[in-house]
Write a protein that binds this ligand. Structure first.
Ligand SMILES: [Zn+2]
Ligand SMILES: [Zn+2]
Length: 318
């Protein structure tokens, strides 16, 4: 395989969005990061400082202590009692153990985190006046997380964000024109390509052709399902394995990331999936001014890096 060296403008599979893949700008070799130094003194997600929280979901360990919980975010931008910024936001604390990352968890533990996502998603989408619920995770300072105790967030909003609406509109347009689902078609079209990162019978993981993030990855179930709540246990395990590979790689190289769960809006058709957007660089003026993103890491190169890490993150001997 010959890796691209000249910049290339690429259009998304089915949306009218463009990125400039410019791998010759700065391809610094990846280095394994030194161990992070802990600056936090008090952590409110640790069991000994965890008081007076409004718990909305709790999954206990065999000792009877909470292991995965969801709590109301008291400092949230959106709250149910504010008519000017109505909504609800929750923090899902993925483990009681401080200092662990999600990629350090067992497959079973990640499945339990998914069960928390599903419970909160299904409950909050039925809340009065809520139009959209987004589940996401920020990991690492550059991606916006301020607490090192691993957690995810759920935002229930009274509005449909324009990015979500654009995605839903482009999806429906594609469906009408082709009579097929764009995500099902991406799995078929990319099956033999250099952008495949990992797959099993349930899940297809790729570095998308017009990736808007360096080392960006999409995790698409092979079955056409609309919502995260429709995942089978086996499909959740496949997501867990894929996250261990992807996030384990980013963790190893010290790259901050966001991932977000994309679900159907209302009762419309959709193909649920997770998008992973690492943040190894800070967006510059072109990105902020035009929305056109320069991605210095070619997706084909990113896929190759991830494939090289699969064994490390799936073989218990490593
Ligand atoms: Zn903690
Ligand atoms: Zn589909």
């Amino acid at each position: 395989m010959v890796l691209m060296t000249k910049p290339q403008i690429r259009k998304d599979y089915f949306k009218d969005t463009y990125v400039i893949i410019a791998p010759n700008r700065a391809r610094r070799p990846l280095e394994v990061k030194p161990a992070a130094t802990e600056l936090t003194t008090v952590c409110h997600f640790c069991p000994h400082d965890f008081h007076n929280e409004t718990i909305t979901y709790q999954d206990n360990n065999p000792e009877g202590d909470w292991e995965v919980v969801s709590v109301i975010n008291k400092f949230a931008a959106l709250t149910p009692d504010n008519h000017s910024a109505y909504g609800q936001t929750e923090v899902i604390i993925e483990t009681r153990r401080h200092g662990m990352d999600i990629n350090d968890f067992s497959t079973d533990h990640i499945v339990r985190v998914f069960d928390a996502y599903i419970d909160r998603f299904m409950t909050l989408r039925n809340m009065d006046g809520i139009k959209h619920v987004i589940i996401f995770k920020n990991e690492g300072g550059k991606a916006g997380a301020s607490i090192t105790h691993t957690h995810s967030q759920v935002y229930a909003m009274p509005i449909l964000p324009s990015k979500t609406e654009d995605e839903a509109r482009a999806y429906s347009k594609y469906r009408l024109e082709h009579m097929t689902c764009p995500y099902c078609d991406i799995i078929i079209a990319e099956a033999e390509k250099s952008r495949v990162i990992w797959q099993d019978e349930n899940l297809f993981v790729l570095a998308p052709y017009a990736s808007d993030a360096p080392y960006g990855a999409w995790l698409i179930p092979k079955r056409h399902i609309r919502l995260i709540s429709e995942l089978t246990h086996g499909e959740k395990e496949s997501f867990a394995t894929a996250l261990k590979i992807l996030l384990g790689t980013l963790d190893r190289f010290g790259i901050a990331y966001n991932y977000f769960v994309e679900n159907a809006v209302n009762n419309e058709d959709y193909h649920m999936h997770i998008k992973l957007a690492p943040r190894p660089n800070i967006w510059a003026g072109l990105e902020l001014g035009t929305g056109v993103i320069i991605n210095p890491i070619a997706p084909e190169f990113a896929a190759r890096i991830y494939r090289g890490q699969v064994k490390i993150h799936t073989d218990p001997r490593f």
